[in-house]
Design a protein around this ligand. Structure first.
Ligand SMILES: Cc1cc2nc3c(=O)[nH]c(=O)nc-3n(C[C@H](O)[C@H](O)[C@H](O)COP(=O)(O)OP(=O)(O)OC[C@H]3O[C@@H](n4cnc5c(N)ncnc54)[C@H](O)[C@@H]3O)c2cc1C
Length: 427
């Protein structure tokens, strides 16, 4: 087990890496180096400027249950503000509806209310232990089905339209394919109403100066965060690791924490990866998700739209459109990528223009684009085989440790929970 005097290298300055480094610093570790291949920290919580504001190209919302994110924000005095109110828009009807409850159209509202109570019971009591776990182990058997099957088994189909918009709109997939366990990890008590924009009081929130403002503050508190340093290889012995990065001399450390996801790169980064390591990482697959930031003069109020498209019919179409700051005419659009190799950026932008025209929304210049590799996940069969329970067998292999979205679930909250588990239990 590493000790506080050890020299630790953390690869990746996203939420997972920075949380790990920050926790280790609190535990008395002083020789911490974080390597980040981009020119900024924050990974998928990247924010970019437009007309004096910072726009979130990735992670955006902070739910009321995200206690770890909130306490970090408090600690560093990084301001949050109320998220822009979401409006649900239904393509088939070609209209923007003002009532949030219109999503339950066709269902008796008493049944909807009953479903909400059942959902509260499942997430607050029945699945609580699973939800709180730092990874996807000990999944209750009844969550080892698709989300659609779970709604059917629990007689909760009335909630489907809401979940369809949240899960599919936020890039996690379609309810007929995604495993219920992932859905419950994301939409648990305290987040789900909020994520749908049905929230109360001041939730959900967003960072006033972009999500990256939080991670900039955390990085500033660390002794050695190096930007534009792409870790390309880790050589390992029982004594320590040597990290190779592009354009730099190799550097020796006592241990490495790898936080970047392993989209088929494990063997490149770690040429001597052991069978348990490759067995764990190789079956993980990803979604692809576009973030396109554009100008728009006449975006309606409230300032966010979720458009209910069916993914199969309309790949590459904008599902989510968010205007974060009321007085700024910059809009973020999120769309799926249709092809694994990344769909064509021009097509995605063309679709945004065309679709918004049907809503009488005028879209102007593009400010920024990003195709994300997103939501590392496993097949239902592997979840049934309790794949994530293999994690303890890979931690510490030749002084290498792992954390990040691959090991739990793709939200900042879940990522931070996993990093805390790592630093509490292995360091
Ligand atoms: C469009 C979008 C919307 C989202 N919305 C939300 C939301 O509203 N709420 C929420 O909680 N979460 C949201 N998320 C998810 C959240 O952003 C991620 O779960 C979180 O950022 C994962 O953190 P991570 O550190 O595991 O990975 P990442 O954020 O991907 O960070 C990994 C870091 O490692 C770096 N890296 C990779 N390889 C190397 C290498 N070889 N050498 C050096 N550095 C390397 C990367 O550049 C990156 O900075 C969203 C994500 C996206 C894409």
């Amino acid at each position: 087990m590493p000790k506080p005097s050890d020299k630790i290298c953390i690869i990746g300055a996203g939420p997972a890496g920075l949380t790990a480094a920050y926790n280790l610093q609190k535990k008395g570790y002083k020789n911490l180096t974080v390597l980040e291949k981009e020119d900024h920290v924050s990974g998928k919580c990247w924010s970019i400027p437009s007309d004096g504001n910072q726009f979130d190209m990735g992670g955006m919302e902070v739910g009321v249950a995200y206690d770890n994110v909130r306490s970090l924000a408090d600690e560093f005095n990084v301001p949050l503000m109320k998220a822009p109110p979401f409006l649900l828009a239904f393509l088939k009807e070609k209209k923007i509806t003002g009532s949030r409850f219109s999503i339950f159209k066709g269902f008796n509202l008493i049944i909807v209310f009953w479903c909400f109570i059942k959902f509260w019971y499942y997430t607050k009591i029945k699945y609580r232990r699973f939800i709180d776990r730092p990874t996807m182990t000990d999944i209750p058997d009844e969550l080892l089905v698709t989300a659609d099957e779970w709604f059917e088994n629990k007689n909760m189909q009335a909630m489907r339209p809401l979940f369809h918009v949240i899960i599919t709109g936020f890039g996690y997939g379609t309810l007929d394919k995604i495993t219920a366990a992932y859905v419950i990890k994301f939409v648990f008590n305290g987040t789900f109403v909020l994520m749908a924009g049905l929230g109360y009081k001041q939730w959900p929130r967003v960072f006033k100066h972009g999500y990256q403002s939080l991670w900039n503050a955390v990085a500033d508190s660390l002794p050695d965060v190096r930007l534009n340093v792409n870790g390309i290889r880790i050589d390992r012995t029982d004594e320590g690791v040597t990290v190779y990065s592009e354009g730099n001399e190799p550097e020796k450390f006592d241990a490495a924490i790898v936080t970047c996801c392993m989209d088929n790169t494990l063997n490149k980064l770690i040429p001597d990866a052991t069978t348990p390591e490759t067995d764990f990482f190789d079956p993980i697959f990803y979604n692809h998700y576009w973030s396109i930031l554009t100008k728009s003069k006449n975006f309606p109020r409230p300032q966010a739209l979720m458009v209910d498209y069916s993914l199969e019919e309309r790949p590459d179409k904008p599902w989510v459109a968010v205007k974060t700051y009321p007085e700024n005419n910059t809009i973020l659009f999120n769309s799926y990528a249709s092809a694994d190799d990344g769909s064509d950026e021009d097509l995605v932008i063309k679709n945004i223009h065309e679709e918004m025209k049907t809503w009488d929304i005028e879209v102007g210049d593009v400010v920024g684009t990003k195709l994300w590799t997103y939501f590392p996940q496993l097949s239902l069969d592997l979840l049934k085989a309790d794949h994530y329970s293999k994690i303890p067998t890979i931690q510490g292999t030749k002084n290498t440790y792992y954390t990040g979205a691959c090991l739990n679930f793709e939200t900042v909250y879940a990522t931070m929970v996993n990093s805390k588990h790592l630093t509490d239990n292995y360091f």
